[in-house]
Design a protein around this ligand. Structure first.
Ligand code: GLC
Length: 753
């Protein structure tokens, strides 16, 4: 095969003293101007050699081919690779498969440009971690960084360069199936978790073979879908867009995320795939971010369904000009050379997008060694290792939220002679993994039943499924009641199947599906001590369980170590410390219901009919944002502020003493909220601004100090400009968003010291 132009380019680079060693060279020296110059010269030279078809080839992503064992080298796709028509692939992994596909690209195409391989590594690759909503319940950014780090090590060992994560969509919509993929309802918690996950995935050296390109998605406001119906219209003010939905994306950009992904939805009638306000004005302008934007699936093609593009060419030109660099799967960009030749599309717009693709490949070191991520030995050594599993178990511990524990029903005694494990999710390995489980396998997952059996080898276990997750067959109730009667206590595992959340899985109800509540009622009728373990991908409305079941543990979908982690908590080896990252409504009629709401002119008052509430249900949630119990008790005291009056440029120190007043070691997530009592616009009644996980021994106390900076007190004024507005504020500190411990302070105006 004649020497490819790629190798000639390498020769050119060498001849002019350019060493193509990726970002390592570029970033190894603080004054990276030399590295940047080399990189720019190499890429400029390569672009100058490319014809239009090859340029749009770099902007085209194709689906990987699969056979019954997993990803495979594509048949037709290989010819497209040879013809330079594809720059990257989705859902391709495996050292051997990626090596062969890379070989075809580098050895058998005219330019020999290496491919990028992407995959949805959302909460683990083969070692599956708790789903992101669960992990966010840990309020532990270090845990999120650790799980993302393991995912990056495992995925890159399998040849993956790029993950489509973290999903950073804030949502107040529990009906929306994709609530499971994010960090819940709060912009601040969402921002902290977004940055942590980016750090975990990308590390601090993109040329390292165990770091992976991350992708902040879905830009933007996808979680605002009307009715919680996936892909639906989002109609929000620019204020809400900027105050609620954009902050986690800004945090991801500030953390150096390499790529963004567009969203399927429109915002106020403008589809996100054709929205230059998002990409050119906000992302690349205001935030000064210059990474690569990829479409979501067929999002470019869908501009025609949105009704803003009449033809495929209209859709392609609109998206590229708006700032969407790579066409994931619409196969429209490959048709755009005609638009350039006709003068409709400026080739400089194309070159800018091509440059971003080539820069990523350069930064990964692929021009230096295209096969560096395709190593069979590294793949074997980094798959589902005991260390990875242990990390998954530790993250799972922190993800669980104790919702109720009357009469210290939990932890259960390890001396129990017999135990009934009942419910449709008690032995469901698929649901343990949750959705978006990448290369995860059900046989890797340890179910709740298996975990309890392992933890309690001397205890007689009586298992009964009782019913299915979502049908109405009650024929299993009898066996379940018998199992309960034969045991000293009951663990009832209820919730949703993993396929009831994630993409295209919106629900119109938040109730326990099927006849699960009836099963709980039947088992409760035996009079045995009973605890419920919930496995679900969204907030559930469970008022009956809350009223009738003495202990309820929210376990979400915890990944491969579900069983051991749940058993560790149920029998007291681990004290639960999770806090809800999203409000649990009493019923779906309350939705949207979230903690950081405005006060209104008629805030709810039970003694005044003419105030904002319902006549048929309380206006308060079942469980509020930030809520979670412990096997011990924590008390707060000594809330002090460094000053009661500050200037608009001053910081404020907040001090509080936390005590473990119980008999067990435990970790409390201390939360700090502010309230701006009077602003140029009505401000939320609370806004999370700081939190910290604090482990304490029984009887131990600790004084915590938080420092609020002016930007923590700022809001968007009437002109949507960030401003610290003078006036009265309050600080609240406690273990949830309904904490009452508070202290007032005033911000003086600059000209009134
Ligand atoms: C999907 C999802 C997106 C995912 C992509 C690739 O439609 O919206 O989150 O990364 O396709 O699988």
């Amino acid at each position: 095969m004649n020497q490819t132009l790629f190798r000639m380019t390498m020769a050119f680079a060498a001849s002019v003293g350019l060493s193509i060693t990726g970002a390592a060279q570029a970033n190894s020296n603080p004054s990276t101007s030399a590295g940047d110059t080399e990189k720019a010269a190499f890429i400029d030279n390569l672009i100058s050699e490319m014809n239009l078809e090859e340029k749009f080839g770099q902007l085209t992503q194709a689906p990987g081919a699969w056979n019954d064992t997993g990803p495979a080298v594509p048949e037709t796709g290989s010819d497209d690779i040879r013809d330079g028509k594809i720059g990257s692939f989705l859902s391709v992994y495996g050292a051997e498969v990626t090596h062969e596909m890379q070989r075809i690209a580098v050895e058998e195409s005219r330019l020999g440009i290496p491919l990028l391989f992407a995959h949805d590594v959302i909460h683990g690759f083969r070692t599956i971690f708790p789903v992101p909503l669960a992990e966010s319940a840990s309020w532990d950014p270090e845990a999120a960084e650790k799980s993302s780090r393991v995912a990056a090590i495992e995925a890159t060992a399998h040849g993956v360069h790029w993950t489509y994560a973290p999903m950073v969509d804030v949502t107040r919509e529990p009906r929306w199936g994709r609530v499971v993929e994010g960090a819940g309802e709060d912009p601040y918690l969402g921002s902290v978790m977004a940055a942590a996950r980016v750090r975990g995935f990308q590390g601090d050296d993109m040329t390292a073979t165990d770091t992976i390109l991350a992708c902040a998605k879905h830009f933007a406001a996808y979680g605002g879908a009307e009715g919680g119906r996936d892909y639906n219209t989002v109609d929000i003010s620019e204020r809400t867009l900027r105050e609620v939905y954009l902050p986690p994306f800004k945090a991801a950009a500030a953390a150096g995320v390499a790529t963004f992904m567009a969203a399927f939805n429109d915002i106020n009638g403008v589809p996100s795939h054709a929205n230059p306000f998002l990409y050119r004005e906000v992302l690349r302008g205001e935030w000064d971010w210059d990474g690569l934007v990829v479409s979501d699936y067929t999002g470019i093609w869908e501009l025609m369904d949105h009704g803003v593009a009449a033809t495929r060419e209209d859709a392609g030109v609109m998206a590229l000009e708006a700032g969407v660099d790579v066409d994931m799967l619409s196969k429209i960009y490959e048709e755009l050379p005609a638009a350039v030749r006709s003068g409709r599309l400026d080739e400089t717009v194309v070159d800018a997008a091509v440059r971003r693709v080539l820069e990523l490949k350069y930064d990964l070191g692929l021009f230096d060694d295209p096969y560096r991520y395709s190593d069979v030995e590294r793949e074997k050594a980094n798959t589902l290792t005991p260390e990875f599993r242990q990390t998954a178990r530790e993250v799972a511990h922190e993800s669980m939220v104790l919702l109720k524990n009357d009469r210290k029903t939990l932890p259960l005694s390890k001396d129990l002679q017999s135990l009934a494990i009942i419910g449709p999710l008690a032995d469901d390995p698929h649901s343990c993994l949750g959705n978006w489980a990448a290369a995860g396998r059900p046989e890797d997952a340890i179910t709740v039943l298996e975990g309890i059996r392992e933890a309690m080898p001397e205890t007689e276990i009586h298992y009964a499924q009782g019913c299915h997750v979502s049908d109405h067959d009650t024929s299993g109730f009898e066996q379940a009641v018998e199992a309960a009667r034969a045991a000293d206590a009951v663990v009832l595992v209820l919730g949703e199947h993993r396929d009831m959340s994630a993409e295209a899985k919106s629900r119109s109800s938040l109730n326990l599906p099927g006849v699960q509540r009836e099963l709980a009622e039947a088992v409760l009728g035996t009079g045995k001590p009973i605890v419920v373990v919930l496995m679900n991908g969204r907030p559930l409305s469970i008022p009956w369980l809350d009223e009738n079941i003495p202990a309820i543990l929210e376990a979400w979908f915890l990944g491969v170590e579900t069983g051991p982690a749940v058993a560790d908590v149920l029998f007291g080896d681990v004290n639960p410390s999770g806090k809800l990252p999203i409000t649990f409504p009493r019923n779906v009629g309350q939705v949207p219901i979230y903690y950081n709401h405005r006060n209104t002119g008629r805030p709810a008052d039970p003694d005044d009919m003419y105030t904002s509430k319902y006549i048929d249900a309380p206006w308060t949630p079942l469980y509020p944002f930030g809520y979670g119990l412990s096997y011990t008790e924590f008390s707060y005291s000594g809330l002090q502020l460094s000053s009661e009056v500050i200037g608009p440029d001053d910081s404020l120190e907040v001090q509080v003493e936390l005590t473990n007043a119980g008999e067990r070691p435990g970790t409390e997530v201390v939360q700090l909220y502010i309230q701006d009592l009077v602003g140029s616009t009505a401000r939320p009644v609370r806004e999370l601004r700081r939190f910290e996980r604090v482990p304490l021994e029984p009887g131990e106390s600790k004084v915590l100090t938080f420092t609020l900076q002016p930007e923590d007190l700022a809001c968007l004024d009437r002109n949507l400009q960030p401003t610290v507005e003078p006036g009265d504020f309050k600080v609240y500190v406690g273990g949830s968003s309904v904490a009452t411990l508070s202290a007032p302070f005033t911000v003086q105006s600059a000209n009134n010291p």
